[in-house]
Design a protein around this ligand. Structure first.
Ligand code: SAH
Length: 507
């Protein structure tokens, strides 16, 4: 039976992915379609199922991606197809989010809808900047106003004289580009020029920035610091409490942008620990391994492993994928036979060691000439049968040079790497535009994979201040192998140890 379509207007919270409601999380997991705004933390989209259609609705001041009327039509159309649609909106859907208008349209189109409130930035961004929105001694009411920086909106019909007269805390959303006008107007209507003001940008996220001043100075502070939207402004005595209550910005890694290079499913503990300490975490997927185009050669080689004198592995992924096939064909490791094993690079050797296989030869450098030299030193290659197990479309030099010494070489692909292009969370986009303070590496293969996607030495040329954090000596070796040096190496080779190492370096 086809389910009945419905639209849920869901508040995504102010930015921190932890500030989504339980109900919101439940609905994201159930959605067929999610239509989300620019200020929504894209991390939340991971709560959806793989098949869920994700539609970006844009809307950051002037970069409207889908115009509001088209958006309403889209919600109606998807619901009428019988889909469960989550309309995910920043903060609370009804606090300056046009949620009311969207709900009215759904009502008019006779589409079922429900609304899930969210934590509004108008309260939470203050909290994370050390400002309680009310306080018995400093403001016992609050007013939330729109500063209308959205050029599409009509002229505001806000009675600023009334706003100036109102007691308590004032919070202005969408007003960054009009800070001076707003402050001047409030003073003109009688507010004291020395009234404390704070502005909070990207509140509740690792990117949070805040500035402080008074009504008569704040515009100059905005100018001087180049403060930009998305941000809100808090006006009132509660701002004074920041000195005591600014817990979030005092977290040890606050202000540090840190790349986590592990694969998705492994990343969470490290990311969590870093987030807890206030860092902005960018989880960056690197490459995806897919089966080789033609697996027949590999299948053939597998049946005559005994006929080879050497197997050469050139990467940890080669080891990993080869043994995945191997254990599908055989259930006993001894079926690999008496063949000798060469590993190019410490990460590859380590991977073999994990399988309790001894590495007979490990050339020091991943350069064909060096590898061949290492073999030559070991024994004559004349008439020896060599199986190279590596990625599809790899460097031709190695088999050629081995053949030149008389070896009979089979160069066989056990996997193909394709670039990971998925960037659901926007982490790669953010990394490309802003760089980072740290890249964390938790194994030699995370180094290799990250390098395959970003070319690490190149990256360090572009961002000379970028620091590399390594979980231990094997991982550091993989960096040294690329001609790089980690800024810190964890003393204890665990995730906790790594986090501690970064924390100590930042202190
Ligand atoms: N419905 C949203 C507000 C939408 S209007 C809510 O309840 O939070 C968009 C404005 O909200 C932005 O221009 C900015 O002024 C403010 N805003 C939203 N998220 C913010 C954040 N994380 N930090 C600071 N201001 C934010």
């Amino acid at each position: 039976m086809k389910s009945k379509g419905i639209v849920y207007l869901v508040g995504a919270g102010p930015g921190d992915a932890g500030l989504l409601t339980v109900r919101g999380a439940e609905l994201l997991a159930r959605a067929d379609v999610v239509v989300y705004d620019a200020l929504v933390n894209k991390e939340l989209l991971r709560r959806t199922n793989p098949g869920t259609e994700l539609i970006y609705a844009g809307k950051r001041s002037s970069d409207h991606v889908i115009p509001q009327d088209k958006l309403n039509e889209l919600l109606v159309a998807k619901a009428k197809e019988g889909k469960v649609v989550v309309r995910l909106k920043g903060g609370d859907p009804y606090v300056f989010g046009r949620g009311g208008e969207e709900a009215e349209q759904l009502f008019a189109a006779k589409v079922a809808f429900e609304v899930v409130p969210g934590i509004s930035s108008s309260i939470a961004a203050l909290t994370y900047a050390g400002i309680p929105i009310t306080h018995r001694d400093h403001g016992s009411s609050f007013t939330v106003i729109t500063g209308h920086e959205d050029p599409d909106k009509d002229e505001p019909n806000i009675d600023w004289a009334e706003v100036a007269k109102a007691p308590g805390t004032k919070v202005v959303l969408m007003g960054v580009t009009r800070t001076k006008e707003i402050a001047d107007t409030l003073m003109k209507h009688g507010m004291a020029p020395k009234t404390p003001v704070a502005m909070v940008r990207w509140g509740t996220t690792g990117r949070q920035e805040s500035i402080e001043g008074t009504l008569d100075t704040i515009a100059a502070v905005v100018e001087k610091t180049g403060f930009k939207p998305p941000a809100l402004t808090v006006i009132g005595d509660v701002v004074k409490l920041r000195g005591k209550l600014n817990w979030f910005e005092k977290r040890p890694l606050f202000g540090q942008r840190i790349v986590v290079t592990r694969t998705r499913d492994q990343a969470s503990k490290l990311s969590q620990e870093l987030l807890e300490r206030g860092a902005e975490v960018l989880e960056i997927p690197t490459i995806k391994l897919v089966p080789p185009t033609d697996a027949q050669d590999l299948a053939d080689a597998m049946l005559e492993l005994n006929s080879y004198d050497w197997i050469i592995f050139t990467s940890p992924n080669g080891v990993k994928t080869f043994f995945q096939y191997f254990f599908k064909a055989f259930d006993d490791l001894r079926d690999i036979g008496g063949v000798r094993i060469a590993a190019v690079g410490p990460a590859t050797a380590l991977k073999l060691k994990e399988l309790h296989l001894r590495v007979d030869l490990m050339p020091d450098e991943y350069v064909a000439a060096q590898i061949v030299k290492a073999f030559e030193k070991f024994e004559s290659l004349d008439n020896l049968r060599i199986l190279i197990l590596r990625a599809e479309v790899a460097n031709e030099e190695l088999p050629k040079e081995l053949e030149a010494l008389g070896a009979i070489v089979d160069d066989i692909a056990c996997y193909k790497t394709v670039p990971e292009t998925d960037d659901i969370t926007g982490a790669v986009e953010r990394f490309n535009e802003a760089g980072a303070d740290w890249i964390t590496f938790t194994s030699a293969s995370t180094v290799d994979n990250f390098h395959a996607r970003f070319d690490l030495p190149q990256l360090l040329k572009k961002y000379p201040d970028l620091k590399l954090a390594s979980i231990g000596p094997e991982t550091s070796k993989a960096l040294v192998w690329l001609g790089l040096k980690p800024s810190v190496e964890a003393k204890e080779h665990t995730i906790d140890g790594l986090v501690r190492a970064v924390e100590n370096a930042v202190k």
